[in-house]
Write a protein that binds this ligand. Structure first.
Ligand code: FES
Length: 167
């Protein structure tokens, strides 16, 4: 799914300037762009490419090599459903299905309002809490499908508050 987002060329330029237009800092520039837009918009990469005289192919290579970068817009909150063995045995697939239904997206996709990106991930390292779902930096243990709706509601409200704070 492709979601449009407004990109401010001046903001991108400020990022490039912060790193003195130095081609040896393209990764740092890309990190700043990723942080500002929660992905690497094509127009921003083109701007970095022009300003630093770095090939777009090289920037795309970096963008796809590092997991921290995304070429598609990501939600404010990443919702990571652990599909490791312990969580799988305790119903992770039902939690993932429930979240997909509640959010209206498939795993790997982002909601149209750019609030959530849903993902299935490997063991989150706290198997005794299975099934586990991470929302942003927060871990939620024993997250069976009956708790999905409440969880989404809670973070939707939090996103609205954040949005209100930015207005
Ligand atoms: S298997 Fe889910 S946290 Fe380890």
């Amino acid at each position: 799914m492709s979601i449009a987002m407004e990109i401010d060329p001046q903001k991108i330029d400020a990022i490039i300037e912060r790193w003195d237009r130095d081609p040896s800092f393209v990764i740092e520039m890309m990190q700043d762009v990723q942080e500002a837009y929660r992905h690497l918009p094509r127009v921003a990469l083109a701007q970095v490419s022009r300003a630093t005289r770095t090939d777009m192919a090289r920037l795309y290579h970096i963008a796809t090599f590092y997991k921290a970068f995304s070429l598609e817009p990501r939600g404010v909150f990443s919702v990571q459903v652990c599909t490791g063995t312990a969580c799988h045995v305790r119903g992770a697939a039902r939690s993932l299905d429930g979240l997909a239904r509640e959010l209206g997206v498939a795993p790997g996709e982002t909601t149209e309002d750019l609030t959530f990106t849903l993902e299935g991930v490997r063991c989150l390292g706290c198997c005794s809490l299975a099934p586990v779902v991470a929302v942003g930096p927060d871990l939620h243990g024993d997250l069976d499908s009956s708790k999905v709706r409440g969880l989404v509601k809670k973070y939707r409200k939090r996103a609205e508050k954040m949005e209100g704070g930015n207005a």
